[in-house]
Design a protein around this ligand. Structure first.
Ligand code: IPM
Ligand code: MG
Length: 401
């Protein structure tokens, strides 16, 4: 579809179709189901998706770490792990679908998913230019909130980003079209219920954690209609949280403020449309040590998916270096998963072990090459560190720079 050249009439019809679909989506949003209660599920199924490239390697180790932490729960049948195989670029290309139907069915059996990186095709790749599996999964499971924490204690940075995950520039990202030779059109969509639910989640998070500030980021001075709706919705909802300061910034100056040591520590919780969230969270993660150090939670009312936010590193596989892949980002995502399904203490312990092994003690170094630690060795190190009965006592003091 992407490279088809439409006539004026065809383009009009196509737009009409898009409009109908989006209006139907608004109705669905208004009738959205309630939040899932993990406590009611037995067993609670956790799906592990390896994905492409180094994904299956880091996925296997992340699963092992999780299984170790949830040994009792697995034994008692409260939690069950499922490997979901086959979400590979080869299969997706062969099916011509971002997520082949039978794999989506399998995924839907698991309310909680831990996902490795999946290759995102682009024009010129050997693959058909199908939609990204991440984007498709976020849409298919209605994972509307992309929650990305970034912490750099020594710089006083403690941010939580609430990136809208199902609308904005992404929702029709694979449905733009070319009219004749010279006109290319893409769309950006914001809906009132879509904006409301992400903004409310950000304010609820701030309230629950005693955080006194929520910041919206848009470009409403230029993208007036969609970002305008997002910002108006933000102001309305802010009124329901009088104890929280609500301010708004434009995306361009915000990218600068994240680099301003005087100002950046004042920000705490951000809420922003999809593409701005995509960009700003990479910048933020870089301050923490790079995108490989960050985990990402994709939260919806019925499903939640946790993922590494780096790519599938095909070059590492081509060069036979897969077994040296760094599993930290995926295991960080696993820690977020634990917290989300109600194992807050276990999540904290894993986070601490990740900090100890990744930067504070750092007995092993990941280089991605022979000579560096292997993925399995890193996982062993994490498991051993967590088993240390004095872990908390030894490391509870704040991290040094
Ligand atoms: C992310 C990634 C994805 C996105 C890509 C892989 C489609 O950059 O999770 O931030 O743009 O959302
Ligand atoms: Mg991104």
């Amino acid at each position: 579809m992407k490279n088809d050249r439409l006539t004026r009439t065809e383009a009009g019809e196509k737009f009409q179709q898009i409009l109908e679909n989006q209006l139907a989506r608004v109705e669905d949003l208004k009738n959205a189901p309630g939040w899932i209660d993990y406590g009611q599920l037995s067993p609670l199924k956790i799906g592990i998706i390896g994905g492409d490239g180094i994904g299956p390697i880091i996925g296997r180790e992340a699963r092992r770490v999780l299984e170790e932490i949830l040994t009792d729960e697995v034994k008692s049948g409260r939690v069950e792990f499922r490997d979901i195989e086959g979400l590979t670029i080869e299969n997706r290309a062969a099916a011509g679908e971002a997520i082949p139907e039978e794999i989506l069915e399998e995924i839907k059996e698991c309310p909680v998913i831990l996902k490795g990186p999946t290759a995102t095709p682009r024009k010129g790749d050997p693959w058909p230019n199908i939609e990204s599996a991440n984007v498709a999964m976020r849409k298919a499971l209605d994972l509307f909130a992309n929650v990305r924490p970034v912490r750099v204690p020594e710089l006083g940075i403690e941010w939580t980003f609430f990136r809208e995950n199902t609308e904005g520039a992404y929702v029709l990202g694979s449905e733009g079209f070319t009219v004749g030779e010279d006109l290319a059109i893409d769309f950006k969509v914001i809906t009132r219920p879509g904006a409301e639910r992400i903004i409310r989640l950000a304010f609820e998070f701030a309230r629950k954690n005693g955080i006194g500030r929520v910041t919206a980021v848009t470009k409403a001075n230029v993208i007036k209609t969609t970002d305008g709706l997002f910002l108006d919705t933000f102001s309305e909802i802010a009124g329901e949280y009088p104890e929280i300061d609500a301010d708004d910034w434009y995306i361009d100056i915000m990218t600068a403020k994240l680099l301003d040591p005087q100002r950046r520590t004042g920000f705490k919780v951000f809420v922003l449309p999809n593409l701005y969230g995509d960009i700003l969270t990479d910048e933020a993660a870089q301050l923490q040590g790079g995108v490989g150090t960050a985990g990402s939670a994709n939260i919806g009312r019925r499903y939640a998916m946790f993922e590494a936010i780096h790519g599938s590193a095909p070059r590492m596989i081509e060069e036979g270096r897969g077994k040296y892949a760094d599993p930290f980002s995926m295991i960080r995502a696993a820690a977020m998963l634990l917290g989300h399904i109600g194992y807050g203490e276990k999540a904290k312990k894993l986070e601490l072990a990740l900090d100890v092994c990744g930067s504070r003690e750092k007995k092993l170094t990941v280089t991605g090459r022979p000579g560096g630690a292997t993925t399995a060795e890193i996982a062993d190190y994490l498991v051993e560190t967590m088993a240390d009965p004095d872990l908390e006592e030894k490391w509870e003091t704040p991290a040094k720079g």
